[in-house]
Write a protein that binds this ligand. Structure first.
Ligand SMILES: C[S@@+](CC[C@H](N)C(=O)[O-])C[C@H]1O[C@@H](n2cnc3c(N)ncnc32)[C@H](O)[C@@H]1O
Length: 219
């Protein structure tokens, strides 16, 4: 969980176990959501799963004002801080929700206007290296089914990891779903298609770590 330190910054600590009992509680959405947070619901949406502090989406929201952006994160202090920053900057095309995506993605996406989910990303998910912990990885077949259910036809799913084993597992899971078509079969994408980098991706570039991305189109 994260803790807020004296400077007001959130310092992150251990990973949150998405399979723990207290993380099975469904998301609590205001009755008015998403109308109360987004200036226009006539803009298409990009959803980022596991957004951490949300800097990627702040950059996206400023670069692409014609789109709406929604970040999901399992660590509540990070979400609270991201929403405070969003309010300070008065951005009306951006929102962050505290939830376990494995429990609540379907409910959250069901609230978006039909056919408006254009792109969705899962970037540098927690790797959960130990064999017995791999069920905690966020991109499971059930999550891919939920994404397929809500993503508009020709919409795109982007996944990336610097851990080859995790990238391969994500590719295996997405490729097993017949509704997704791999845009670069037999190769990884080395460049982020949104031209905006996540915090983890910036760290990888600084440390010259290879990254392994894939873009899939929803049939
Ligand atoms: C390694 S961080 C990557 C953050 C960011 N995407 C980046 O690239 O810099 C993975 C994030 O996913 C969040 N996360 C893990 N499991 C999740 C789940 N089931 N639902 C929502 N968020 C989750 C973690 O708390 C963490 O902030």
């Amino acid at each position: 969980m994260g803790v807020v330190v004296a400077s007001g910054q959130v310092r992150t600590r251990q990973h949150v176990n998405p399979l723990s009992e207290h993380m099975q509680k469904p998301v609590e959405l205001e009755q008015e959501w998403p109308k109360d947070k987004f200036e226009s619901l006539e803009r298409t949406f990009h959803v980022d799963v596991g957004v951490a502090k949300g800097r990627f989406l702040f950059d996206m929201a400023e670069k692409y004002p014609e789109k709406n952006f929604l970040g999901l994160e399992i660590r509540k202090p990070l979400v609270d801080q991201a929403n405070d920053w969003r309010d300070d900057r008065n951005l009306r095309n951006l929102d962050f929700i505290f939830c376990n995506a494995n429990v609540s993605l379907d409910e959250v996406l069901s609230r978006l206007p039909t056919g408006m989910l254009d792109t969705i990303s899962v970037q540098f998910p927690d790797p959960w290296f130990k064999k017995r912990h791999q069920k905690r990885r966020v991109l499971q077949p059930e999550l891919v089914e939920v994404i397929a259910k809500h993503l508009k036809p020709s919409g795109e799913l982007y996944v990336i990891s610097d851990v080859l084993e995790v990238a391969e597992q994500m590719d295996e899971v997405v490729s097993a779903n017949p509704l997704f078509v791999d845009s670069t079969p037999n190769s990884w994408i080395g460049e982020n298609p949104f031209n905006v980098l996540t915090e983890r991706e910036k760290a990888c570039i600084n440390h010259k770590r290879d990254v392994h991305g894939k873009l899939y189109t929803r049939a």
